[in-house]
Design a protein around this ligand. Structure first.
Ligand code: MN
Ligand code: MN
Length: 408
């Protein structure tokens, strides 16, 4: 460290930073946090600090003493993602470029204004969606020319199989915002097959022959693709249904939040939607978890793949344990994406003062988790006791039925 940066660091440490650290140390620690005191003089930071970021990352700044070794980064915030601004709305994505561990799935957060349309397109990946806010019109056509059209609102899902052409359009009064999840972490929303890209690169003579129209019919094709653009507001849904054509036999939409929770208790509740509830959704399964303040999504893992998470509301932290004693804790808040590599044990705790709501998403046709509580409850008790050495009678009180959420 040269004289200049040393003087700067000491000056800063002697001023506001020390005061801020002292203030943090006096504040209440989140319930059950085994973190060391932030004021421990051995762990003072003398150099530059981003107070706002550190305040959002208490478990990175001062990790719980149970953390050990290294894990890949398991969080990326949409607030740190580039936003592509278009005339009809905007989009931002978290792929393996942003979150390298997320090889199984990628996510796109998109807003369409009233009338704003995501142009007619298709892609090689399946597309699963959760409506965050507002209303949207979605359309698709399958390989036999059968139509699909629906109006969706907050809490609804859709699923478009790979290669199936589709569109999304924001409706009155304020369009919509939604989360898209693709079953390939390397997916990019910037590299889909778009109608206007295609016709732009086909000779007019071929377009004329294909559509049975004169070449002059194609004089007004857009010079650039439209992607997300202002389009006329659609008519009432009934008026847009094609006559004398069959509807797709398995619908591409589902009302997730209209489902009764699969599990609920004093700590919160869990809704599960997989292909047994939503038959079209053959490669994506999901759970919507709501935790009360202090509530815990219990210690568990998933036997069928990686978990991609999206935090809808609140603040929480996740502890993940891999093999060879690699254990790390990450903090999350609304708008963040989390990730759990295949089969790693984990828990999620609500560390905020309000509800914590998040989606668990899997590249699978079915939802599955293994509960540590249940495993211990239904394994020969003397064997489990030889491992855990709990007080007499404690094992007998563990629930044999799965309780995915626990109260504070
Ligand atoms: Mn799409
Ligand atoms: Mn999980």
């Amino acid at each position: 460290m040269d004289a200049f940066s040393r003087r700067g660091a000491i000056g800063a440490a002697a001023g506001g930073l020390l005061a801020a650290q002292a203030a943090r140390a006096q504040g209440p620690a989140p319930a059950g946090t085994p973190n060391a005191p932030a004021s421990d003089p051995r762990h003072r930071i003398l150099g530059p600090q981003n107070e706002a970021r550190q305040g959002q990352n208490p478990d990175l700044l001062t990790p719980p003493s149970t953390d050990h070794g290294t894990l890949p980064n398991l969080r990326f915030a949409y607030s740190d993602a580039h936003r592509r601004l278009e005339s009809g709305g905007w989009t931002r994505e978290i792929t393996t470029r942003e979150l390298p561990i997320s090889t199984s799935m990628a996510g796109v957060n998109m807003r369409l204004n009233a009338g704003g349309a995501r142009e007619l397109h298709w892609h090689k990946e399946a597309e699963w969606a959760f409506m965050i806010a507002g209303k949207a019109r979605i359309t698709a056509v399958d390989e036999r020319g059968r139509w699909f059209i629906d109006d969706v609102s907050a809490g609804d899902l859709w699923y478009f199989p790979p290669g199936i052409p589709h569109s999304i359009q924001g409706l009155q009064d304020d369009g919509c915002e939604f989360l898209l999840v693709f079953d390939n972490g390397a997916f990019s929303e910037d590299s889909t097959f778009m109608l206007t890209d295609w016709v732009k690169h086909v000779p007019r003579s071929v377009l004329a022959k294909n559509f049975g129209l004169p070449e002059s019919a194609f004089e007004n094709l857009p010079k650039e693709h439209l992607y997300i653009f202002d389009a006329p507001m659609p008519a009432a849904m009934q008026a847009e249904i094609p006559r004398s054509v069959e509807k797709v036999p398995v619908g591409f939409s589902h009302r997730m939040t209209a489902q009764e929770p699969a599990a609920s208790g004093r700590g919160g509740n869990v809704r599960i939607t997989d292909s047994s509830h939503f038959p079209a959704s053959k490669t994506i399964a999901a759970a919507l978890v709501e935790l009360e303040p202090g509530g815990l999504r219990e210690l568990h893992w998933h036997p069928n793949g990686d978990e991609w998470q999206y935090y809808l509301e609140g603040e929480g932290r996740m502890g993940v344990v891999g093999p060879e004693e690699h254990a790390r804790t990450f903090d999350y808040r609304a708008g963040d994406v989390g990730y759990v590599p295949y089969a790693m044990g984990h828990y999620i705790e609500n560390t905020g003062s309000g509800p914590l709501r998040f989606l668990e998403i899997f590249k699978s046709d079915h939802y599955a988790d293994i509960s540590l509580n249940q495993w211990a409850a239904v394994t020969p008790q003397a064997l489990v006791q030889a491992h855990l050495r709990l007080p007499d009678g404690a094992l007998a009180r563990l629930p044999r039925d799965k309780e995915p959420v626990k109260p504070a």
